[in-house]
Design a protein around this ligand. Sequence first.
Ligand code: ATP
Length: 306
Amino acid sequence: LMQLSIPLNFIGFIYREIRQALTDIEQMFDLLGVKPEVTDGEGAHDLVVKEGTISFDNVHFAYDPERPILKGISFEVPAGKTVAIVGPSGAGKSTISRLLFRFYDIQSGSIRIDGKDIRDVTQESLRASIGMVPQDTVLFNDTILYNVRYGRMSATEEEVTRAAELAQIKDFILRLPDGFRTMVGERGLKLSGGEKQRVAIARTILKAPPILMLDEATSALDTQTEQEIQAALDLVSRDRTTLVIAHRLSTVIGADEIIVLKEGEIAERGRHADLLAAGGLYAQMWDRQREATEAEETLRRAREED
Ligand code: ATP
């Protein structure tokens, strides 16, 4: 019986590993709302990121041939720098992040990392090089410890705690009934959008990828939470090539370059102060967002006084 139970256990182990891997991939695609359509090219080799420079060169892309989404986009994120993409809803911001992960192939132009076309490398190595802090993080029905450690399964408990601290979520976790052993996810404690985002940041700190992709939450966060998340993000993105898909303009003030996308084209580009001074689309978006934030704050204060 012993002779049989060892292979059976092993099969069980392999089965669980495969199932988990499939769940992860499915969840990732679910999350991004895409189906896998892209396959590794023949002779694709692993991407080795040395500097971490990203470049988009005259990228044209359409999900459906009738409707072009990106119409000749060129920009570079130099190694260690931060570039933010802003623009009205539907402009094509999230599409840029999907293309960097090569969830779709572009129709013309090129996307390169350290000069290497992403179509010439394995998807696995490409995706392993990019840390993603998505809009909405999927939590596993497991402990919060597991959920943070997911960034790097070999991390020690000490490293997990340190990552949680850097992501500004440790104190919150320690106040939970079972601390790091608290069950979260659909069947456990539900976390707010801002808390989930900080779990994602902690995961990314553990993963320590050379390139970082942030897709900011569209949902309004209160000022305090926003500041905490911003502090955590500043920490992870420091000295790391970072592409931010920004919805809240307050997070792009410090970016090395801001690209203003409009209907699939770059309408304006530059640093925050220059774009404000130019008085164009960015300046308008900034004014509108400031008014909205002020209105929200006034409302909140009125509610607090009641
Ligand atoms: P938002 O700020 O609202 O998130 P966005 O600038 O990120 O918008 P994208 O998500 O990149 O915009 O979408 C750009 C355009 O592409 C939209 O018109 C959208 O309808 C379309 N689109 C997005 N995903 C798909 C898809 N999987 N298939 C077909 N069209 C899509």
